[in-house]
Design a protein around this ligand. Structure first.
Ligand code: 5GP
Ligand code: MG
Ligand code: MG
Length: 177
């Protein structure tokens, strides 16, 4: 009989220690100023909440929601900004945070949208990176872990309508019993 089993890739403790390391690195890199952290909803709300609490520089947090309509199998997916940031980022140091960089289409669209607002700098940070599926040209400045081509869930990442709240990252596998 086919059953499903959840295989944990990153435990709560492993995530915490990696996020803390990213916090040290970012706090060092932004030590001379302040940073506007832009969290891409919904997937990055957990990661962003953890990451900003590891930063020792002044932080302004804002949120941006994109629509994933037209992604998936299509290679030339367009990114629609459903809800824009409210902060004026002109002349500011901006860090865009997401849960995972996959094809890169979402991040590319967001970066182009934000670059038009004339920030002083624009960098990217995702907890996970799946480089094997990249289609768009994106420089990933900070990342927690590089993973294979797996569909992961937990820690903000959804499995259908669920699993965003789970404190670990896992893969749901089908096994024959
Ligand atoms: P991209 O535009 O880079 O292909 O898509 C990035 C978005 O797709 C992520 O922010 C995330 O919402 C979603 N995504 C990509 N890979 C995964 C995955 O393995 N699991 C889940 N739950 N979402 C993913
Ligand atoms: Mg997302
Ligand atoms: Mg999603």
């Amino acid at each position: 009989m086919a059953m499903t089993r959840d295989r944990i890739l990153f435990s709560r403790e492993a995530i915490q220690s990696r996020v803390a390391e990213l916090g040290v690195q970012l706090s060092q890199d932004y030590k001379d100023g302040e940073v506007v952290v832009i969290s891409l909803l919904r997937g990055s709300f957990v990661f962003t909440a953890d990451l900003v609490r590891e930063l020792t520089v002044p932080v302004n947090v804002d949120f941006l929601t994109t629509s994933s309509y037209g992604h998936g199998e299509q290679s030339a997916g367009r990114v629609e900004i459903v809800h824009d940031i409210r902060t004026d980022i002109a002349g500011k140091d901006v860090l865009v945070c997401d849960d995972i960089l996959d094809t890169g289409i979402t991040m590319r669209g967001v970066l182009d949208h934000l670059a038009a607002k004339n920030p002083k700098s624009l960098k990217t940070c995702t907890f996970l990176d799946k480089p094997s599926r990249r289609q768009a040209d994106v420089v990933l400045d900070y990342t927690g872990h590089t993973i294979e081509d797996l569909f992961v869930a937990g820690y903000g990442l959804n499995l259908g309508d669920y699993a965003r709240n789970l404190p670990y990252i896992f893969v749901r596998e089908t096994v024959e019993e």
